[in-house]
Write a protein that binds this ligand. Structure first.
Ligand SMILES: Nc1ncnc2c1ncn2[C@@H]1O[C@H](COP(=O)(O)OP(=O)(O)OP(=O)(O)O)[C@@H](O)[C@H]1O
Ligand SMILES: [Mg+2]
Length: 95
């Protein structure tokens, strides 16, 4: 929930709005939930920097992206300047 709300907030605030696609997935007999956040905003020039705690271009805390990555089982981000940003996360159901 926290990762989802942080990423949704980034999509709105930095990405100027976008979409969230939620799906149930199965791999190796395990069930998980996958969330994909996509926007057509300004993009992120330096993803490594954006993931660092304390880095913010919005004078905020700069904890959302790195915090979200730490909270989930799988985290994937791709971004192109002037095109947009896509962040995918997966959380597996506990057995
Ligand atoms: N969807 C996005 N589009 C463009 N830039 C983004 C996006 N998501 C994150 N960023 C960039 O990465 C930086 C770090 O994101 P992060 O969520 O860690 O911090 P924040 O949103 O600035 O502050 P916080 O989430 O702590 O309130 C942002 O300041 C912004 O520059
Ligand atoms: Mg944020």
């Amino acid at each position: 929930m926290t990762a989802a709300s942080e990423l949704a907030r980034n999509t709105l605030v930095h990405g100027r709005g976008g979409t969230l696609t939620i799906s149930e997935i199965e791999r190796d007999g395990r069930i998980g939930i996958k969330l994909v956040f996509e926007d057509t905003g300004p993009g992120i020039p330096d993803i490594e920097k954006a993931l660092q705690d304390g880095f913010s271009t919005a004078k905020s805390m700069g904890l959302g992206l790195g915090g979200a990555r730490r909270l989930v089982n799988e985290f994937d981000i791709s971004s192109t300047v002037d095109v947009g940003t896509k962040v995918s996360i997966v959380q597996w159901k506990r057995r």
